[in-house]
Design a protein around this ligand. Sequence first.
Ligand code: SF4
Length: 426
Amino acid sequence: MKTIYAKIKKELISEIAAAKLFIIRYGLNIDGIDLERRIEGYPERYRTKRSIKNIGIQDNCLVDREKRDVPWIPEEIFIMIDDKESVVKTNYKPDALFQLEIKQDQLIVHAPELGIQIPCRLSPRQDIFEQSINGFPADQYVQVIGSDRLSVLGYDGCANWFYKTQCLFCDSCAVRPDEVKARPSLNDLHVNFADSIPKWLAQVEKNYLSGLAKAFRLVLENKGFGPHCHLLVMAGNLMDMHHAWEYILRLSATLSREKPLTEIDSYLNMLPPPNIAYIDQAYKTGFKNLIFNLEVFGEKFFKAVCKGKHDLVPYNQFIDRMNDAAAIFGSGHARCGFVLGAQPVDVLKEGVLSLAQKGVVSDYSVFTPKKGTPWERRKQPDILEVASFSRFLAGIYHKYHFKPLYCSMSSRSSIMNECYEATCDQ
Ligand code: SF4
């Protein structure tokens, strides 16, 4: 493993990129109970999540079915190497090579096998989020991801799960059966409104958008984020793309009234709309970037891996809308996310190149098998392949004058910011 680590460091020309890639690819062993015992205010004062999830449909609702009282682990950590800092999303693995430890009062990521100890810190939950808005904590409306990405979700859930057409790698993000959230929920739409989107929105939208406007104002006034301000607005799939786009554009206009989206590094992440007019409207609402995640390149792969997405937006239409987005938003401002490891890497490279020629930037996350998904036993991509793909993608960014997504302080699942920076002089 030591030799592989050295090879990766050489390929990426960056120690922090190599360490981050190892943690993303191989996971992190974390003893949440020990952290609770030794860190004051843990888990409440930090961004944390339950260590084990078991997502699925129960009583017609998409929920986390894990019943055990499992420990809380950090949602993300900041690692520090050579005065550089980078945020990493944690993927809990009890047998991982890297472990999160406290040594002489310092939190570290430790890999004894590699002889590596990396200082790190947890991601604090800001005090302002203790404030209640319409009966819910403020961070149920707006979250700060990493240190400077504000994240807003249109609603909880993705309709494809109800029709068993979810993407093969997806473990979604679902609430516990007894949890009540400020955000509108597709469980509610499905169970209490018999999938009637207009009736559901008539009931839930006004309250949510009023709470969202207050929370967004609160976050902006308190400026507890930095060094930049990236804003990501996103929503899972509704079975009617017109309703989904109309709703998300109303939500975005609400945010833009608090702070013009043109003044922020703003992103809208949705499935592409049925017609180009919505892309134009998103631009006029003030978004600077659009993200359409194709996940896999090529119609054959898209149909097989993301059946639900393909049912809603057929592959060719998806590609057309992505080209429309690059034409309207400008080259480098339409982005497409892929899952590295979901298809042969050569096919993906071909796709990345053809999209770049149209002005579309590709991003990727590394495929990680999730329990309970159809791909729970699928092999992860080889780490050397991930490093070499990252170098290839950095080359594309430099050639086409693209930039990596957000920055190293809020892009948690990719090493592209670190890799791009290290290859600037190459
Ligand atoms: S579109 Fe696919 S990846 Fe996204 S939430 Fe739905 S099922 Fe999961």
